[in-house]
Write a protein that binds this ligand. Structure first.
Ligand code: FEO
Length: 393
């Protein structure tokens, strides 16, 4: 078990089995469920792990406690990937007080039927463990309503619940200084877009609270512990939660027989010819929405193309638009195009979508009938988007 700061130990686990997080989002590199044990005059555990891993988890805690009592369990988040082991933990340590807020305790009763041995905390209240003091800050809707952040003031450690989390197991090292963190960067954006993306406003409020704290280390419930790179990841979260994209384009299309795809190819070539180096191109039938959402959050430019299908959008495009809308993605520069065989509808639906999202429409939309090529119009769309993005620099 790794000591990450004086008398604070990492006791989390890796999940290399699960195919999809929340049974939705692919986990090619697995995921970690992070938990931390503080050994002081009083002992405190911060969060638990998915119930599938409770056995490994309890062994780690038992070993570190060396027969001592576990005095407190701090529950920063009640989603079962962290709160799944609470009922078993209470059986193991019946004297343990569970620390949370009013919302936590409603969920604790609902999920685990636990109503006693509780220690309620409110915004800014502290819990003295001896040499360590924990202070609690409410962060509703980052990612659920009961979420709170716990700050340990002696070691200046922030336990941040899902905030700053990322997919990917911890393969040996735990701290960012012990590993090459490159593989987590894209995965942090994907995690944000999939899980927290809807809640940009609440994330901004939480970041405001954090700005008053002297933070040396961020311990999220998923992924590496951020020490040297903590300021950088706070900056990334700030950008993502303001829905601010970097200069580049996510180019998304659906295509049954390749005609809409050829339009996308022409647009991509025009973007590149006009100086856009960051182009993330996705065929919705091949790439899981999880990865496409990542790029929609990452880039300022967004171009979507769809064939007309049963007088509607291509179904996979329709489904993706619903996911983008439910995350209330703001401030995108939006271009669109589509195709049809006998009656066009896709372009009309994309126009309505852009309007609903209140995005700036860039370029002239292109609508292609059958295989008649619309190269010039597609080139113009790519060129106009590139020029508009240059104005953002
Ligand atoms: Fe990692 Fe919202 O749970």
């Amino acid at each position: 078990m790794k000591a990450i700061a004086k008398n604070i130990y990492y006791v989390g686990v890796n999940d290399r089995q699960k195919q999809r997080f929340e049974n939705l989002w692919p986990l090619p590199g697995g995921v970690s469920y992070n938990s931390f044990l503080i050994l002081d005059k009083k002992t405190a555990l911060v969060d638990t792990v998915d119930i599938c891993y409770s056995d490994i988890f309890f062994k780690k805690i038992d070993k570190l406690l060396e027969g001592r009592m576990l005095d407190y369990l701090i529950v920063d988040h009640m989603e079962p990937d962290h709160a799944g082991s609470i009922r078993l933990l209470r059986q193991q340590y019946p004297e343990m007080k569970i620390v949370g807020n009013k919302q936590t305790f409603r969920m604790l009763e609902g999920f685990h039927n636990i109503t006693d041995g509780l220690h309620e905390v409110k915004e800014g209240e502290s819990l003295d463990l001896g040499d360590h003091t924990l202070t609690f800050y409410m962060a509703p809707m980052v990612h659920w309503p009961e979420v709170m952040l716990t700050y340990e003031e002696t070691e200046k450690v922030l336990f941040s619940a899902d905030a700053f989390g990322t997919y990917g197991t911890l393969d040996g090292g735990v701290l960012d200084t012990e590993m090459n963190t490159d593989r987590y960067r894209n995965e942090m954006i994907r995690y944000y877009a999939n899980i927290v993306g809807k809640y940009g406003g609440p994330v901004q409020k939480a970041l405001q609270k954090l700005s008053a704290l002297d933070i040396r280390m961020i311990c999220s419930t998923h992924g590496p512990i951020w020490t040297e790179q903590h300021a950088e990841i706070i900056k990334l979260y700030d950008r993502l939660s303001r829905y601010e994209g970097i200069n580049g384009v996510t180019l998304i299309y659906g295509s049954m027989y390749g005609h809409t795809e050829q339009m996308a190819e022409t647009i991509a070539a025009a973007l590149a010819e006009n100086g856009i180096k960051e182009i993330a191109m996705h065929d919705v039938s091949k790439t899981h929405a999880s990865y496409i959402l990542r790029d929609v959050f990452h880039y300022k430019g967004l171009i979507i193309g769809s064939p007309t299908y049963n007088t509607q959008l291509f179904p996979e495009i329709d489904s993706l638009l619903q996911k983008i809308e439910s995350r209330d993605v703001k401030n995108r520069l939006f271009g669109y195009f589509g195709s049809f065989t006998w009656a066009g509808a896709a372009v009309k639906h994309l126009a309505a979508f852009g309007e609903k999202m209140k995005w700036e429409i860039v370029g002239t939309p292109v609508e292609q009938k059958q295989g008649i090529r619309a190269e010039e119009a597609c080139t113009a769309l790519g060129q106009t988007m590139a020029e508009r993005l240059k104005q953002e620099q």
